[in-house]
Design a protein around this ligand. Structure first.
Ligand SMILES: [Zn+2]
Ligand SMILES: [Zn+2]
Length: 180
């Protein structure tokens, strides 16, 4: 997953990438520890614009991911579609200041490239991970689990809430308010 600067002919290039999971090893590691599980293929559409040594990329991604609902804890599939932008700048070759320059570009959200080659794998993998919702919910109407018995309230009902309510009501009903 790399693009040579010379392939951006006339300063502009639009390119689609259809990727397998193998190309993004971190995704497999995250899925293995119970994190979001990406499906295949992972699709990207990238538009490169070269301005001298600077390359601006307007991009979009499209992927299917299996997440765990934060309310009912059931796995569900969600399609991720995001647009994002990347900016590539050449890594400065000054031996004494190289480290400092690299840190600076990092802070500005710029990606350094070397030898006229843009490495796309890492920034695209990062965008996939950033597209994952932090608190996924299977549907806005998800009823979640009963906090008392753990029943999935999307599937069946329990009477725990009613019982708790009745108990509180009975306690209140038995208090003799006139005495105090
Ligand atoms: Zn849910
Ligand atoms: Zn219950």
């Amino acid at each position: 997953m790399r693009l040579e600067l010379k392939d951006i002919k006339g300063g502009e290039l639009e390119q689609g990438y259809t990727c397998s999971l193998e190309e993004f090893p971190d995704l497999g590691v995250i899925a293995a520890v119970g994190g979001p599980k990406f499906g295949e293929p992972l699709e990207f559409q990238l538009r490169f614009q070269r301005l001298g040594q600077l390359v601006e990329v307007d991009a979009s991604l499209d992927a299917l991911v299996t997440l765990k609902c934060g309310r009912c804890l059931q796995p569900f599939e969600q399609r991720l579609s995001e647009v994002f932008a990347l900016t590539f700048v050449p890594l400065l070759k000054d031996d004494e200041t190289e480290e400092e320059v690299e840190l600076e570009t990092d802070k500005l959200g710029l990606i350094s490239y070397e030898n006229e080659v843009l490495e796309l794998q890492e920034p695209l993998q990062e965008q996939l991970l950033m597209a994952v919702p932090i608190s996924p919910i299977c549907k806005t109407s998800c009823c979640g689990l009963c906090p008392v018995c753990g029943t999935n309230l999307n599937v069946e009902k329990c009477d725990c809430v009613q019982k708790v309510f009745n108990n509180k009501f009975n306690v209140l009903a038995n208090i003799d308010f006139k005495k105090s």
